[in-house]
Design a binder for this molecule. Structure first.
Ligand code: HSE
Length: 311
């Protein structure tokens, strides 16, 4: 019997990874959003939400990342199938770890499954991106691609879309730290300049190449010295009280590199062991505390799989 309801979980992700503004992202195992999607016998998408800070998210399908992603998919396959979508947010919106991307990724995977898989996983990406654009105001895939495929993803080109899997060194671990305040991605994108100086572009290109080579060669020292952002981080740092102290605390605790996760306010750090990932998290929490901010950490290896169908 074909299913008429499905539960899908997609996880958080870290975008930019310092040197890859809008073109590198990786998935982490926790937290995640869980969506229960059911077929409806009338067209239209009904959305309900629960979880931390979920009251700030629209339940109008066109304005909701999950709803918009499904509408985009339906448009491509010329279907007017209706859905009920219950979104249980585990990733607070506005935290900088791909909250909207996780909902969009789970939505397209779930809807596609219920429709009898008219599209391949790769073809779902543009629909996830259409959903993500509702929240960020920009067409970028550095959260939604890792949420959809797992791993560390390089978006080599947007037009045409060219998505590449980067190798994931076995002993690479991530720490993400979420301070207790919100940065709106749309605003954090608007504050960026439309143009960057040539010397910054050259340095950023060098760092990005160094980062990808570091992953290939398992060279964590090269990874670390490549993890510098000249485009967004220097500007967005002002949005995050204690940014320098928290980043330095991560490095002092043994991180390979650290920076703003996506558009913030979360920061992330990479390290070479699970124990270090944990202790780096503790050091970062302490540093945020110094500026009066509460925070939570999530340590994990790089999450390597697409959204999971739970039921
Ligand atoms: N690359 C995007 C940005 C990620 O930095 O705006 C948003 O989470």
């Amino acid at each position: 019997m074909p299913k008429d309801s499905i539960q899908v979980r997609a996880t958080a992700s870290v975008a930019n990874v310092s040197c890859g503004f809008d073109c590198i992202g990786y998935a982490i195992t926790n937290p995640g959003d869980t969506l229960t999607i059911s077929l409806k016998n009338k067209p239209g998408i009904d959305i309900s939400l629960s979880g931390p800070k979920s009251d700030s998210i629209s339940t109008i399908a066109e304005k909701n990342t999950a709803g918009k992603a499904i509408l985009s998919l339906l448009n491509t396959i010329a279907s007017d199938q209706g859905f009920m979508v219950k979104i249980k947010k585990g990733i607070p919106p506005g935290s900088g770890i791909g909250s909207s991307a996780a909902s969009a990724a789970a939505a397209v995977v779930g809807a596609n499954e219920l429709l009898g898989k008219p599209l391949e996983l790769n073809d779902l990406l543009v629909h996830g991106m259409a959903g993500e654009a509702v929240a960020s105001g920009g067409f970028h895939a550095d959260n939604v691609a890792p949420a959809l495929f797992g791993g560390i993803i390089l978006i080599r080109s947007y037009e045409p879309l060219d998505i590449l899997n980067l190798p994931v060194p076995k002993s690479l671990f991530s720490t993400a730290i979420l301070p207790d305040f919100v940065v709106n991605t749309r605003d954090a994108r608007r504050m960026l300049p439309k143009r960057v100086p040539l010397n910054s572009a050259v340095e950023q290109a060098g760092n990005l190449a160094g980062f990808t080579l570091g992953l290939h060669a398992n060279d964590f020292e090269l990874l670390g010295r490549s993890m510098v952002d000249l485009f967004a981080e220097p500007i967005r740092a002002e949005l995050i009280p204690g940014y320098h102290g928290v980043r330095n605390a991560a490095i002092d605790a043994g991180a390979i590199g650290s920076g703003i996760s996506g558009s913030g306010p979360s920061l992330f750090a990479l390290s070479d062991s699970e124990e270090k990932a944990e202790s780096i998290g503790k050091a970062m929490v302490k540093a945020f505390k110094k500026v009066g901010l509460k925070s939570r950490t999530f340590s994990s290896p790089i999450h390597s799989i697409p959204p999971e169908i739970l039921d």
